[in-house]
Design a protein around this ligand. Structure first.
Ligand code: SF4
Length: 969
């Protein structure tokens, strides 16, 4: 009997567990934050989920999403059986027959073993928001295909790459704001997003302690709701703001000069003469130490004390040296040089606040004040922590210098085609203030910082794609120069997504968003089998969704699909499932083992490394199988070397066995806690057969606290660098000098200008590379602006996540959809009234690429030139087992219909992405707005035919609700 109107709570959270209640700990996966949770079970069913108070990340805090995991578990859209598309049916019709796992494995084994033995690159593996890239990347590498990536290319690779190529680490998993010591916190381009609960907890504490919080964002939502000040900014213009702030900080000498001289490449001398060394650092080939192998420490700096060029490393850090940051100099051989900082100073000299005002919409005076506030807080309100530390050159620092200005930024900066240089300009700004791994500033999380450039090269040798042979390098990595690109001798791409090609050289996370289009086009070649995991490519995980859906159904002249075999692994009946040839039902996060590994994306804290696991708290539903188990099974059947004993037998029984026994290097495995045969070694040690049990007994988490003297200044901290090398997190223990100036970028520019020997880009890409691979940060208009009439499409359109939902997985959650079941387009009242669109009214939104009809809400919390909505709430009718006509499809809408996947370029097309990294330019789209006619249907456009149900769906949600609501706790 339902008791919806009863005042009795369904569950009393303060009541102690009853004898028939079992409580198990694991890790949440309702978003990517990875909080510790306690799952309360009765009769083998999940009855309640709360935060684990003993977990270091969330300390018992849980959000609406996390506690709604129970509804994910019983979602009626759960797939429960492997499915094979029925012969004669079309993709998209969703006509499947249930098959056994044995048959599914048999089909895959035959198909994949043939591909592996003939042409391995015809197999492509692309995954969505998973947290197991160390395993999926290993699978692709062992298979022998370079065609692998996860979702980062359409998420935030600009944030990762822009920061890592500049300071060796990045926000969120790799580092973040130290709000315990900050006095000023500036959040830019971030809504309710990654690092959710910890950020909220830290913000609450920061505000209570009197900290000042400024949010810079076109929209005031999420965390910004409690900001002391909201500074609205036009989308895609953050880089212009940072350039003006740099201008002001340098003009008023509000920069940390000793920090720049000792810990960055600001004093290093850049060659000014034309030629193959132009724009690179002057160096002494006979001096210096090897560095990280790709970036030797042999650069020169100008010593003002002796009036001559000296070795920047280590001479430049000796007592009594005074390294020039400004000026122009001539080396003994006549070469003209200038310190990198001088070039930065010249670069920003024209970028006045008035210049930035016209671009950003922020008044020049406010920009001036902001720069003053940042600089004065960092330098004049600085303090020291009584923590002595030793730098990489042996100098003892009696205290640790705080720089109490913290920043946090995310997709608002990243999801633009100018995002890499924008993020770099922020990284340089932070470096000038000395806030890198300093108390109160940005702090790294182990295993970061990495080298600049990280010591992970992406696979790039076409001759090493061989039958039945693993690749000689991982498919993803960080190119350091043109020779490391994944291109053929003629410059054409090696990979199906064109990652690491001249089109997007530093695409460290691949370009998942272009795979289907390229594969259908056969550019650069045709593939046979595409395996997609946890990515809704037929809906919100692609740009211009409707075209991609057509492409999934496209056939060649021979009548065969242009992507011959499409395998989809998902836990739910997403829009993409109907297009699959083979469907593999994944488990939920409550039904499986999982690792948040130091080899991948751990949950480290500022004071030391942390990794964690998920353990099954309930049995898998139906015949669901964790994707990890699918990979281990296939790797064993296909006899990948890393998964096979010398006698040909399989090496690992299953995924838990793999996690315990696989070693990336001696003593370094997927998990760092309780290693060694008896479980007494941590961080590094032999495999421990009982490692899973130890994690399960310890809240599913292992945390190591480093000594205080290793917790700051880790780019240069001698004990930390030694420790990190010893534990296998880094290959070398040399310091990581911050890249105010990027000679890495300059090597690409020289190639494009035809000035360097070695690889050069195809002619049609020369100007593009030469323009965007600027060694100094700069701002340029998002690329879409050059392709559309911005008078005709005057508004920027962006998306953000709502607090209660995360990607499409949670947009059909029975509890969360009661908070919002559809979205609105939020428009500033001034803009809406000018367009004649009423609050709550229907409107058409048009871009150069498409149009949609949606409901509009007037909102003062958005700047007048921007419209925005939540993403992934709009659904195709019938998908996710939503009833046809559900609000999600009838009133909800998907902004993707307005976004193009490609832009016109050089007489053809090129990905609508950042030209440096390939990050999808989601937030570049320009639109206009007009009211819908009164006689038009009150429903969103486009509407799609209802997605058919597939066999074997759980459909038990209603039964479960009846069950749970009819019982007292
Ligand atoms: S913030 Fe994310 S990981 Fe944490 S409880 Fe909420 S949904 Fe779960």
């Amino acid at each position: 009997m339902f008791k919806f109107l009863s005042s009795d709570p369904v569950h009393n959270p303060t009541a102690s567990s009853t004898a028939d209640t079992e409580v198990k700990t694991t890790t949440c996966y309702m978003c990517a934050c990875r909080c510790g949770i306690r799952v309360h079970l009765r009769d083998g069913q999940v009855r309640y989920i709360d935060g684990n108070p003993d977990h270091p990340l969330n300390k018992g805090v849980i959000c609406a999403k996390g506690s709604s995991g129970i509804m994910k578990q019983v979602s009626p859209a759960r797939l429960t059986q492997p499915l094979l598309r029925k012969p004669g049916s079309e993709r998209g019709e969703g006509v499947f027959e249930p098959i056994s796992w044995e048959r599914a494995f048999d089909i895959l084994e035959k198909r994949l073993s043939h591909l592996r033995a003939t042409d391995p690159k015809k197999f492509a593996l692309f995954t969505g928001r998973d947290q197991m890239q160390a395993l999926t990347g290993l699978f692709a590498r062992q298979f022998g295909t370079p065609n692998y990536a996860a979702h980062g290319g359409f998420c935030s690779v600009n944030m990762a790459a822009g920061m890592i190529y500049s300071v060796g680490g990045s926000f969120w998993e790799f580092g973040g704001p130290d709000l315990d010591h900050a006095k000023l916190f500036v959040m830019i381009g971030t809504a309710e997003d990654h690092h959710s609960n910890p950020m909220k907890m830290a913000l609450g504490k920061f505000k209570r302690a009197g900290g000042r919080f400024i949010s810079i964002n076109p929209v005031r939502t999420g965390y910004s709701a409690i900001a002391d000040e909201w500074i609205p900014i036009r989308p895609g213009t953050d880089g212009a703001l940072f350039m003006a702030l740099l201008h002001e900080l340098i003009a008023h000498d509000l920069v940390d000069r000793p920090f720049l001289q000792r810990f960055t490449n600001a004093p290093q001398l850049v060659v000014l003469d034309d030629g193959e060394r132009e724009g690179l650092f002057a160096f002494d080939p006979a001096a210096g130490v090897p560095g990280d192998g790709r970036n030797p420490h042999n650069k020169l700096a100008w010593d003002l004390t002796s009036g001559r060029a000296i070795q920047a490393y280590p001479e430049g850090v000796e007592e009594g040296r005074s390294l020039a940051l400004e000026g122009h100099y001539t080396l003994p051989d006549g070469t003209r040089v200038a310190p990198a900082f001088q070039l930065l100073r010249e670069r920003v000299s024209q970028h006045t606040p008035e210049w930035a005002e016209t671009i950003t919409g922020i008044p020049a005076e406010r920009i001036r004040q902001l720069a003053r506030e940042m600089g004065e807080t960092a330098l004049h309100q600085a303090f020291e922590l009584p923590i002595p530390w030793t730098d990489a050159w042996g100098k003892q620092h009696p205290t640790t210098q705080a720089r109490p200005v913290a920043f946090h930024a995310m997709r608002g900066l990243a999801a633009h085609s100018n995002g890499f240089q924008t993020v770099r300009s922020l990284a340089v700004l932070m470096s000038l203030l000395g806030t890198i791994d300093a108390p109160g500033g940005f702090r790294h999380k182990a295993p970061y910082p990495r080298h600049i450039v990280p010591n992970y090269r992406a696979f790039n040798d076409p001759d090493m794609i061989k039958p039945n042979t693993p690749l000689n390098a991982a498919p993803l990595g960080f190119p350091a120069n043109p020779e490391e690109l994944a291109v053929h001798a003629d410059g054409t791409p090696l990979r199906i997504d064109h990652a690491f090609s001249w089109e997007h050289p530093l695409s460290a996370h691949g370009l998942m968003h272009n795979v289907i289009t390229n594969a259908v086009r056969g550019d650069p070649y045709k593939i046979d089998t595409l395996l997609i995991f946890m990515a809704n490519m037929a809906w919100n995980s692609t740009m211009n969704t409707m075209e991609v859906r057509k492409k999934l159904n496209a056939r060649g002249e021979d009548g065969e699909y242009l992507i011959p075999f499409l395998v989809v692994c998902d836990a739910f009946q997403s829009e993409t499932v109907a297009f699959a040839d083979l469907v593999l039902p994944d488990t939920t996060y409550l039904e499986r083992h999982d690792v948040m590994s130091m080899l991948d994306r751990p949950i480290s804290e500022f004071d030391g490394p942390v990794d964690s696991v998920r353990v099954p708290v309930v049995e898998p539903t139906g015949e669901c199988k964790p994707f990890q188990e699918v990979l281990i099974e296939l790797a064993s059947r296909l006899k990948f070397p890393a998964f096979t004993n010398e006698d040909g037998s399989r090496k690992f029984k299953d995924y838990p066995d793999f996690v315990v026994n696989f070693q990336a290097q001696p003593g370094v495995g997927f998990l760092m806690g309780w290693r060694g045969k008896d479980g007494t070694q941590h961080l590094r040690g032999d495999p421990n057969p009982n490692q899973w049990e130890m994690y399960a007994k310890n809240n599913c988490v292992f945390q190591h606290h480093m000594p205080k003297n290793q917790q700051y200044m880790r780019n240069w901290n001698r004990p930390y660098l030694d420790f990190a090398k010893e534990k296998g997190w880094r290959q070398k223990n040399d310091p990581v000098q911050l890249a105010i100036y990027s000679d890495t970028l300059q090597t690409f520019r020289l190639a494009a200008q035809g000035k360097s020997k070695g690889r050069q880009p195809p002619d049609h890409l020369r100007e593009r590379i030469a323009t965007y691979f600027d060694p100094l940060p700069f701002w340029y208009e998002p690329l879409e602006n050059a392709c559309v009439d911005t008078q005709q499409f005057p508004l920027a359109a962006i998306t953000q996540r709502p607090m209660a939902m995360y990607h499409s997985w949670d947009s059909q959650n029975a509890w969360l959809r009661q908070i919002h079941s559809h979205n609105y387009l939020h428009v500033n009242p001034v803009t809406a009234k000018a367009a004649g669109v009423e609050d709550g009214g229907w409107a058409w939104v048009t871009s150069a690429w498409g149009e949609l009809r949606c409901m509009v809400r007037h909102s003062d919390a958005v700047e007048p030139g921007t419209v925005w909505t939540w993403n992934a709430i709009g659904k195709a009718s019938g998908a996710w087992q939503l009833a046809p006509g559900a609000d999600e499809s009838r009133k909800g809408f998907l902004l993707n219909h307005l976004i193009t996947e490609e832009l016109p370029f050089a007489g053809g097309q090129i990905s609508n992405s950042d030209p440096v990294t390939g990050q999808a330019g989601w937030y570049d789209v320009r639109v206009n707005l007009r009211p819908a006619h009164a006689e038009e249907p009150a429903e969103s456009f486009p509407q799609l035919d209802a997605v058919p149900s597939v066999p074997g769906l759980l459909r038990s949600g209603r039964r479960f609700m009846t069950h749970i609501l009819s019982k007292k706790p």
